[in-house]
Ligand binder design. Structure first.
Ligand code: ATP
Ligand code: MG
Length: 247
């Protein structure tokens, strides 16, 4: 189906098409389609825009990624289908490693996603030979790469599950999550949450990486240390309730 550009929900529909395509190609898991629907509902509530506070989250995230010793961007099916190319570009700007890390893991899907990232220009993709486990998680969703997520100090997890986000925090890592739902366990347990659509958030982090790159590490550390994630989530909820009350 071709979606006319004049359709008021053009961008949202194109995004759905990308996910449906990714599903047909074996990149996206069935449950990924459902998870996207939950995200869309929250995007509607914030007006499908990058809030000022989400922009400040993206700035703090960029600072954390720039001062990290071993930063990793975790990639799942929805992420590669929606912003695979942008994630490869971000990984080069920082620079950071890329790891395919799936909640519903199948070796076949890991391989397909890694191949897609390479087609987008990634030199090396971790995760195919999982040789470590995220502490405190059972089943295949714990599998990760020792050189990648397992030993990372800062992990960017666009679209993570709440349980795994908490498990990564428990391992002492700085976790940056992108999640449109400010009430999700992921949003609540990450070190820095960007309440924004991944489609807008990934390019925005890269924009901030380019702006902040010339700053010294003391300045960057100050940005990260002064970040108050709880306060930010409160501001997002405040924004949503004010917006709903004014309609
Ligand atoms: P949690 O496990 O964190 O308690 P959940 O079970 O509702 O929350 P999952 O199904 O594990 O969430 O993951 C989907 C999450 O990703 C949802 O919170 C949803 O809002 C968010 N999400 C989905 N699509 C996008 C998107 N395009 N951009 C940003 N966030 C998204
Ligand atoms: Mg979940």
């Amino acid at each position: 189906m071709t979606i006319p550009k004049s359709h008021p929900r053009y961008r949202s529909l194109i995004t759905r098409e990308k996910l449906a395509e990714g599903f047909k190609e074996g990149l996206v898991h069935t449950t990924g389609l459902i998870a996207h629907g939950r995200g869309e509902a929250f995007d509607y509530l914030i007006g499908e825009q990058t809030l000022d506070i989400a922009d400040r989250s993206a700035r703090a995230a960029a600072a954390a990624l720039l001062i990290a010793k071993s930063p990793v961007i975790s990639i799942n099916g929805n992420t590669v289908a929606l912003v695979g190319r942008e994630c490869v570009s971000l990984s080069k700007s920082i620079p950071a490693k890329l790891e395919v890390n799936l909640f519903h893991r199948s070796e076949e899907r890991v391989k397909r996603i890694a191949e897609r990232l390479k087609a987008f220009g990634a030199d090396r993709v971790y995760g195919e030979n999982a040789d470590a486990r995220i502490d405190g998680l059972e089943h295949d969703r714990a599998l990760c790469s020792r050189e990648g997520i397992y030993s990372a100090d800062v992990v960017l997890v666009p679209l993570e599950d709440g349980d795994r986000c908490q498990a990564l925090r428990n391992m002492g890592k700085t976790v940056i999550a992108i999640d449109l739902n400010p009430l999700s366990r992921t949003a609540q347990s990450a070190s820095i949450t960007i309440v924004d659509n991944v489609i807008r958030a990934i390019p925005n982090i890269e924009r901030w990486v380019k702006i902040l790159r010339s700053r010294n590490s003391e300045d960057l550390k100050k940005i990260v240390d002064s970040w108050n994630n709880k306060q930010m989530l409160k501001e997002v909820l405040d924004f949503i309730s004010k917006r709903l009350n004014s309609i």
